[in-house]
Design a protein around this ligand. Structure first.
Ligand code: NAD
Length: 487
């Protein structure tokens, strides 16, 4: 079995404890992963803190930081295929997706490399004579980054990139489910030439995340995962009042009006819910479709769903691979069965496939007349689409916003004025109009409500890793007058 190591203080280290990582395509163990102890977490945070204050990082110019990030981006691009194969092996995410996504991850590091020396302070036109006041934007300190198993290289790039561009240092806890790509990424990071301790990569289960996010030396916690874990994180970070950015789940509405380009809408919906086997925080898992086109839309959609190529994740022809864990297959099956028992109509799929590995087929549930269907309100990572129809714009908005989440949304219509009204009314951090699932390093990404707070991507993310210092400099050589009057 392949063995992986932690990356702490610029060196690779075995851990006292370890655990097996399973290949989701077979269910068999394929690699030994290190499990961090509290002492490992402490060592990693101490290394990050030393690095934060060490002159070779603290006094490095932002331009030089940017150049290191550029070198890292080049290394990722050169090794994208190898990283993609590892992610596919360890998480079951299909190679078609990991290859494309990881090549694009390099662009995130390039974007933040370019941004490093554009994170500017400000000069204030202050209301007093003989004084200059300006704002310095300074890095916030040691960042604890905690990521889930899906798209870890991508989800960590939107944390590591802006954090390092801003001058912070990072301890990243890779998910215990499929940590291989992150531990391998650490080797590329090491090659890029950053000072030791600037990034540390460890892994292990919830207890490791809890120790890290409660660590008194951590200034900011950047988390992606589920809302329940986020509540734990907030409690953990309350110890030292660390700031947080939380990228959580969604139950995103995919709204289709009767004037939509149906071919495009069907394709976008297929991508929105069946790509990544539905294991995507922005999955368009609630189809909100106009009643006049519901039957036609579902006929086309189920035809496509049934034609999807299900297979080994390492095969380029595969369109839907296994889910990452057996646990997720159980959850998907349970929630579908519960929804059917509540009255939802199963159009296709619904049961795990009888073969090795954690395979669940594309599934469509008609939930009309069953507003409380379990599949409509529960966020779960699986290729399961719940369908509800609407009569008019007002009802579409009501259904779309009938969720505690607020991450993404999709809207298909050719009516420009309606599109604008809907964009205003939809409560979500992202609205895709006549497209879906597009992302870019330039555009901020994130939500509100149970979908969390803070933004990843764009300039907003880099500012999250800074704090402002107001500097007052008196320019007069005259003695300070009355010491008891504040000026
Ligand atoms: P999870 O919340 O179970 O775990 C995420 C990470 O948190 C893991 O590394 C885990 O070890 C760690 N963790 C668990 N308990 C912890 C604790 N008490 N303290 C600190 N860390 C702890 O999530 P998951 O099941 O691995 O991933 C799926 C979730 O992630 C879904 O809800 C999904 O929507 C969300 N997600 C969100 C985005 C986004 O950008 N908004 C992207 C991908 C996934």
């Amino acid at each position: 079995m392949q063995r992986f190591q932690h990356y702490i203080d610029g060196g690779f280290a075995d851990a006292v404890n370890g655990f097996d990582s399973l290949d989701p395509a077979t269910g068999a163990a394929w690699a030994q992963m290190p499990a961090a102890t509290p002492a490992d977490v402490d060592r990693a945070v101490a290394a990050a803190e030393r690095a934060f204050f060490a002159p070779d990082w603290a006094l490095m110019t932002a331009t030089a930081r940017g150049k290191l990030l550029l070198r890292l981006a080049d290394l990722i691009a050169e090794n994208a295929q190898h990283l993609a194969q590892l992610e596919t092996r360890d998480t079951g995410k299909i190679i078609r997706e990991t290859s494309a996504q990881i090549a694009y991850v390099a662009e995130y590091y390039r974007y933040y490399a370019g941004l490093a020396d554009k994170i500017e302070g400000a000069h204030l036109p202050i209301d007093k004579p003989d004084v200059e006041v300006w704002l310095r934007r300074e890095p916030i300190g040691v960042v604890a980054a905690v990521v889930p198993w899906n798209s870890q290289l991508f989800l960590s790039a939107v944390k590591i990139g802006p954090a390092l561009a801003a001058g912070c240092t990072v301890v990243l806890k890779a998910s215990e489910d499929g940590p291989a790509p992150m531990l391998e990424f650490a080797r590329l990071f090491d090659k890029a030439g950053f000072p030791p301790g600037v990034l540390n990569v460890i892994t292990g289960g919830p207890e490791v995340g809890a120790t890290l996010t409660a660590h008194p030396k951590v200034a900011h916690v950047a988390f992606t995962g589920g809302p329940e874990t986020a509540r734990h994180i907030l409690r953990n970070s309350a110890e030292n009042l660390a700031s947080t950015s939380l990228e959580l789940g969604g139950k995103s509405p995919f709204i289709v009006f009767d004037d939509a380009d149906l071919d495009s809408a069907v394709n976008a919906q297929v991508s929105g819910i069946f790509a990544a086997s539905g294991q995507s925080c922005v999955a368009g898992s609630r189809l909100v479709v106009h009643e006049g086109i519901k039957d036609a839309f579902l006929a086309r959609l189920s035809e496509k769903a049934e034609a999807v190529v299900i297979g080994a994740p390492g095969d380029m022809a595969t369109e839907v691979g296994p889910l990452c864990t057996a646990r997720q297959c159980d959850t998907a099956e349970r929630l579908v069965a519960q929804s059917v028992a509540q009255g939802a109509r199963l159009i296709t799929g619904g049961k795990r496939l009888e073969r090795d590995g954690f395979y669940f087929p594309p599934t469509i549930l008609d939930c009309d007349g069953v507003p409380d269907a379990a599949s409509l309100s529960n966020e779960f990572f699986g290729p399961v689409l719940s369908v509800v129809s609407f009569k008019d714009e007002a009802e579409a908005i009501e259904i779309a916003n009938n969720t505690q989440f607020g991450l993404a949304s999709g809207l298909f219509t050719r009516n420009l004025t309606r599109a604008h009204r809907m964009i205003r009314a939809i409560r979500a951090g992202i609205v895709w109009v006549n497209t879906y699932r597009a992302v870019s390093p330039i555009a901020p990404f994130g939500g509100h409500g149970l979908s969390g707070h803070g933004r990843e991507g764009g300039i907003e993310a880099a500012l999250d890793y800074t704090r402002v210092k107001a500097v007052w400099l008196r320019t007069s050589d005259d003695p300070i007058p009355d010491p008891f009057v504040m000026r």
